[in-house]
Design a protein around this ligand. Structure first.
Ligand SMILES: [Zn+2]
Length: 258
């Protein structure tokens, strides 16, 4: 059981969400998927610990040596394909199911929000499950590494090596994703920031957009970030897969929908 003081914090977050009356959105980052076995890129056991991002994450590297970059991508896709949504993903899906969460902006490329049941997900940095051809725009939706016999996967139109439809360093965030996310952030009465230090731009601006438009920002992270204090109305430090289920339970208690 949690101490009463912490339960009151969960209830405060729940009250903010309920007051938003469906006009809430979320911004999630790598921290939410760690409990699903996907290590953050940066940090120990992260991919950038093993692979130098300047050699593997730059779009120019992919264009020059796609086979080499697929060495890293194959490893990444294998981890993502095995991963299952955790309690944090499931809690956000529950909030959407209850009509309390309008949309979700994610910096993650793992598709775990959709796997948990969220339908309105704006994938800011793309998704590893979709592949695209840099030569002819041919696309392979819902690619499965486990079912691919010949690696690296090639375009069925022109034979070029395909690229996961994720934003590499040196590539722009798709305009539509930026527009949709900014609009969701501006309209939101509450933004739940989960598992992201929000220092990668332009995702980092989303909570600020909400705040400037008069909304509230609830932050759930393991440690304080640049948002804590100046931007966040409520900062809850703790693992998202423990905190979010408590907030959902508090929403149910407060709204009498237990
Ligand atoms: Zn092609």
């Amino acid at each position: 059981m949690y101490p009463k003081s912490l339960i009151r914090v969960f209830e405060r977050a729940a009250a903010f969400i309920l007051e938003a009356d469906g006009r809430a959105t979320g911004l999630t980052g790598a921290g939410i998927s760690v409990a699903s076995g996907i290590p953050a890129f940066r940090g120990s056991q992260g991919l950038w610990d093993k692979y130098d991002p300047s050699e593997y994450a730059e779009i120019s590297s992919f264009r020059r040596q796609p086979e080499k970059v697929w060495g890293m991508l194959g490893e990444m896709l294998a981890v993502v394909e095995k991963a299952q949504p955790n309690k944090a993903h499931k809690s956000l899906a529950k909030l959407e199911g209850k009509g309390l969460l309008q949309s979700l902006i994610t910096q993650n490329v793992d598709g775990l929000h959709q796997a948990a049941g969220n339908r309105k997900v704006i994938e800011f940095h793309g998704a590893t499950r979709h592949l695209c051809c840099l030569e002819c725009d041919w696309r392979w939706a819902n690619f499965k590494l486990s079912k691919c016999k010949n690696m690296p996967p090639r375009c069925q139109e022109c034979g070029a090596i395909l690229k996961p439809d994720v934003v590499f360093f040196g590539e722009q965030i798709p305009k539509w994703a930026l527009l949709e996310a900014s609009s969701a952030a501006e309209k939101a009465k509450v933004m739940l920031v989960v598992g992201t230090s929000a220092n990668v731009h332009p995702a980092a601006e989303m909570p600020i957009l909400t705040k400037k438009a008069g909304g509230r920002v609830i932050e759930i992270n393991l440690g304080p970030t640049s948002l804590s204090g100046p931007v966040s109305d409520l900062t809850i430090l703790g693992p998202a897969d423990e905190v979010l289920p408590e907030i959902v339970a508090a929403c149910e208690r407060l709204s009498g929908s237990e």
